[in-house]
Design a binder for this molecule. Structure first.
Ligand SMILES: Nc1ncnc2c1ncn2[C@@H]1O[C@H](COP(=O)(O)OP(=O)(O)OP(=O)(O)O)[C@@H](O)[C@H]1O
Length: 437
């Protein structure tokens, strides 16, 4: 009798195990073969027949919106990472940039549950592959919820997700620098890792104040820009000799505004169209930088555009200007664009005409005030008996802040470093370094 019962029980277990295996195989097959949108649709039909009376709506948040970068996608990504719980079994891990912390994200198809104002929302991350152009794979978040909650989801939940993302963006301390990946046709981020701030910048106090005031006005003037019907954008042209702090000022602007940098290396683009795509794919709250714009032949010599073989065309000045105008008229808000050049006089007048760049900022050789800032940064001294001698020499000679910084770095001992710096300046004087007057 007991052995009979055992037999029955074990056959039940065997049958159950076989059934579970079939279901798992079927689930894996459907997961792999059917796109998530179709799976969600089938799921909603099953729910309708076998589940409660509730019907489900789905919303898809693509990584691009009409060829622009979709910030709601970035917001969703950030939101989901904070909603992962022990119930989630299929996760991805990687290393973040801040302190090399372990970062967790969901695998494709993994459901993440969220509750907001008594409504339940299920999220899934999904990739739609483009078999012919893998670099064009679409990434998306699909959220499903009871159709009765649609208004709450659209009117309160998604704005809440976006607002939270924006608030975190404004507070973040680690900026990113993005470079254009031609194969992937997307921006590749890496840490900016440039400690320059307006406090460490060795430039004249009035100039510094002028830049900071302009930035403050810009960053807090959303309503003003709306009122006067202007796009919320600002352009700066930084010019001056090498080593006078153009890149340092860009990093200071990024660290101050908390905007990520998008580095437009013009030679990396094969055509004006690609440049336009890259610009349109940059998100709002970004600092778009074109460094050494005078080094791009087409950009300072429009005659070169004539007769260029279209199959091998590179970026042209008109292409750059069009892309900028396209960006200026796009909907994405809050953008700063910065051009740098060592030779402003070589730039095409089209780049300099009023309205193109809002502020032209001249960075020049180290002044006495600039030297005081560098001495404080590098040696932690605010006054020193050798300062008088340094001041007299600096007033006569053209020395870049980069040269000063390099000399001051040579010793932690202020007497030694300043003594060495004076020797360096005297040597320059003997060698006939151009004097300022
Ligand atoms: N105005 C400045 N204030 C503080 N540090 C500066 C300044 N200018 C230069 N430096 C120092 O010199 C280094 C090089 O300067 P930076 O790259 O910013 O100059 P640049 O004008 O962009 O030069 P280039 O035209 O060659 O790109 C910086 O990392 C910084 O240490």
């Amino acid at each position: 009798m007991i052995s009979g019962l055992k037999n029955t029980t074990s056959s039940w277990f065997e049958a159950y195990a076989a059934f579970s295996t079939c279901i798992m195989i079927l689930q894996t097959a459907t997961d792999q073969l059917l796109p998530l949108r179709i799976r969600s649709f089938i799921f909603s039909i099953f729910k309708r027949f076998f589940g409660s009376d509730d019907q489900y709506d789905t919303l898809t948040i693509d990584n691009r919106w009409e060829s622009h970068c979709n910030e709601l996608y970035e917001a969703a990504k950030q939101h989901l990472s904070s909603k992962i719980t022990r119930a989630n079994k299929n996760l991805r891990v990687g290393v973040g940039w801040v302190d090399y912390e372990i970062v967790v994200a969901v695998q494709e198809g993994e459901a993440v549950e969220d509750v907001f104002d008594n409504i339940k929302i299920t999220w899934r991350f999904c990739i739609e592959e483009d078999a012919f152009r893998p670099s064009h794979n679409k990434r998306m978040y699909v959220l499903s919820f009871s159709e009765n909650d649609r208004e709450k989801v659209m009117g309160s939940y998604l704005p809440h997700v976006l607002r939270t993302y924006m608030a975190i963006q404004k507070e973040k301390t680690e900026m990113e620098i993005h470079t254009w990946d031609r194969d992937d046709r997307s921006w590749e981020p890496s840490p900016l890792d440039h400690p320059s701030t307006f406090d460490t910048l060795a430039i004249e106090p009035e100039l510094k104040k002028g830049i900071v005031d302009d930035l403050d006005r810009f960053l807090t003037s959303e309503d003003f820009y709306k009122k006067v019907g202007k796009r919320w954008k600002r352009g700066y042209l930084l010019y001056g000799p090498p080593g006078t702090g153009k890149s340092s000022l860009i990093a200071a602007i990024a660290n101050y505004s908390k905007y990520d940098v998008y580095n437009l290396e013009l030679s990396a683009f094969s055509s004006d169209d690609e440049l336009m795509i890259a610009l349109l794919h940059s998100p709002g709250r970004s600092l778009i930088v074109v460094e050494d714009i005078d080094c791009n032949k087409a950009v300072h010599d429009r005659s070169k555009e004539v007769g260029v073989d279209p199959n091998f065309s590179k970026v042209t000045l008109s292409g750059l200007l069009n892309a900028m105008d396209g960006l200026w008229s796009s909907n994405g808000d809050e953008r700063i664009i910065v051009f740098t050049t060592n030779h402003k006089e070589r730039l095409d007048p089209a780049l300099l005409r009023p309205g193109r760049m809002d502020m032209h900022i001249h960075l020049s050789f180290c002044t006495v005030n600039g030297f005081r800032i560098l001495a404080s940064n590098y040696l932690d001294v605010q006054s020193h008996p050798l300062f008088e001698q340094v001041d007299l020499l600096l007033e006569k000679l053209e020395v870049t802040p980069a040269e000063v910084a390099e000399e001051l770095l040579k010793s932690d001992d202020a007497d030694v470093a300043l003594g060495g710096f004076i020797e360096f300046l005297k040597q320059k004087e003997i060698e006939g370094c151009r004097s300022k007057h």
